[in-house]
Design a binder for this molecule. Structure first.
Ligand code: F0G
Length: 455
């Protein structure tokens, strides 16, 4: 079918700028480490021409709707379908895509009852091709990496970025170099990077050490950086907010809650919300809140102890290894987003994470531990009165339940917490595997016991 053309089928290179988030310096090109050449802070992609000729919001919405009926690869991508608000492709075939995005928005009735917020939804980014939200950013960044002509792309990672980057490097015909902290990422994620053919280095340091090293490497070697410091990543990650609002018929939810690690995702979703308001796609901003693990709470402490003015780093420790980060790169962007949308920032304990993860699992949905901080955080925000029972809340589930099976199995077997520390509510969520003789009698008795106990 023929699609209507819009006046902005992507923003041409001549029309977007790399803008420093600290000194506002504008540049047509970015340096290899994606840092401001004047002050060293992070860059973001900025679209000054929207001030001169604003894309028509209604036309954008109908174009995006029409593209859902198209079978072209660029339209089957839930990221490039929104390409009008992204840096432009040279041609539709240029996109390095695995049909990312297009993720489901689930109702969570059981968790809604638990939290006392009946209108509770989950945007499940774990349903992406490599099973985490990273794919939405990676398709854009890998596409522009290939355009620059680099042979090697590289990232530091707690696991999901490396899995995603390895996949998109392979699809784009590039070599991938992965730096991960040894022993601190799940085997599932490591195995993805290996299978997709990346050169995978397990470094004897933490994520923050890996990222530091990568930042040095890109200044020395012809390697293109694909961490979320790369602003193209965040442009792709913006599209989850476009897709979410489209799924909600452009009715703004009251709250969006995301986990916080390196803080790229919260920054990207916040940027999308602000751009949508600027362009008239929405009239009201949802509050975007960020939840961290207590043991990796750099943003919480940055706001609490330094009023968001300087970063308070921490020595990170949590079993939610995806967000085991103590020196988050995008903290300033995240502070800006929290301030602009009126969101909250809080922390949750290891027990609270495990309980929330099991509760999301019991909905038949499941997610990885880092994603479950959103539900655990919501419980706190409801208690504080920040989230009201009649409001609509969207949790962004960032990773698939299969990303960290060790966590799930340890939890259900009762190997995670010291005996006596589990509440009755937590114990009731455990469903340990049962080893039996292979007899009808043994299975029947187990069935009867389960029926009696209601478990
Ligand atoms: N949830 C999951 C499942 C993640 O993998 C990450 C980050 C986050 C949340 C936090 O997002 O960093 O944008 O604040 N994972 C990165 C990685 C750091 O290397 O895979 P963030």
């Amino acid at each position: 079918m023929s699609l209507p053309s819009t006046s902005t089928p992507g923003v041409r290179q001549a029309d977007f700028r790399f803008r420093c988030i600290a000194c506002s310096d504008l540049n047509e090109r970015a340096s290899p480490d994606f840092r401001c050449v004047r002050c060293g802070d992070l860059l973001e992609i900025n679209y000054p021409q929207w001030k001169l000729s604003r894309p028509d919001a209604e036309k954008l919405k109908s174009t995006w709707r029409e593209r859902r009926f198209s079978h072209r690869a660029v339209d089957l991508s839930g990221v490039w379908r929104f390409r009008d608000l992204l840096p432009a492709l040279d041609g539709d075939d240029e996109a390095v895509t695995l049909s990312e995005g297009n993720t489901p928005l689930y109702e969570l009735p059981r968790c809604g009852r638990i939290t006392g917020v009946p209108r509770l939804l989950a945007k499940h980014q774990g349903m992406n091709p490599t099973a985490s939200f990273k794919d939405t950013g990676m398709t854009v960044a890998a596409t522009f990496a290939r355009r620059t002509g680099f042979r090697w792309v590289a990232c530091a990672s707690t696991g999901n970025t490396s899995a995603s980057m390895a996949a998109y490097a392979a699809r784009g015909g590039m070599r991938g170099l992965v730096l991960v902290p040894e022993g601190k990422i799940s085997w599932s994620k490591l195995s993805q990077a290996l299978d997709y053919g990346a050169v995978t280095c397990q470094l004897r340091t933490d994520f923050d050490g890996c990222l530091r090293l990568l930042q040095q490497l890109v200044l020395e070697a012809p390697v293109y950086q694909l961490n979320s410091i790369n602003p193209f990543r965040l442009e792709g990650q913006k599209t989850v907010a476009f897709e979410l609002l489209e799924q909600l018929d452009w009715r703004e939810p009251d709250h969006i809650i995301v986990p916080g690690g390196n803080l790229g995702n919260s920054s990207a979703i916040g940027k999308a919300l602000l751009e949508m308001r600027e362009l008239g796609l929405v009239s009201r901003l949802p509050r975007l809140s960020v939840i961290q693990a207590e043991g990796a709470n750099a943003l919480v402490r940055t706001l609490r102890e330094a009023g968001g003015k300087r970063l308070v780093t921490v020595s990170a420790e949590t079993r939610a290894t995806a967000i085991r980060i103590g020196n988050p790169a995008s903290w300033k962007k995240a502070v800006h987003v929290l301030e602009s949308t009126g969101g909250a920032c809080d922390e949750v304990s290891e027990i609270e994470i495990a309980q929330a993860k099991a509760e999301i699992g019991a909905e038949g949905i499941g997610c990885e531990p880092a994603s479950a901080v959103t539900l655990a955080g919501l419980k706190k925000l409801v208690k504080q009165g920040f989230v009201k029972p009649e409001e609509t809340v969207v949790l962004v589930l960032t990773g698939n339940v299969l990303k960290d099976p060790d966590f799930t199995i340890d939890f259900h077997r009762g190997d995670m917490f010291r005996p006596g520390t589990e509440s009755a509510a937590l114990s009731a969520l455990r469903h340990p595997p049962i080893v039996l003789d292979a007899t009808l009698d043994a299975v029947t008795r187990t069935l009867e016991q389960a029926e009696k106990s209601g478990s």
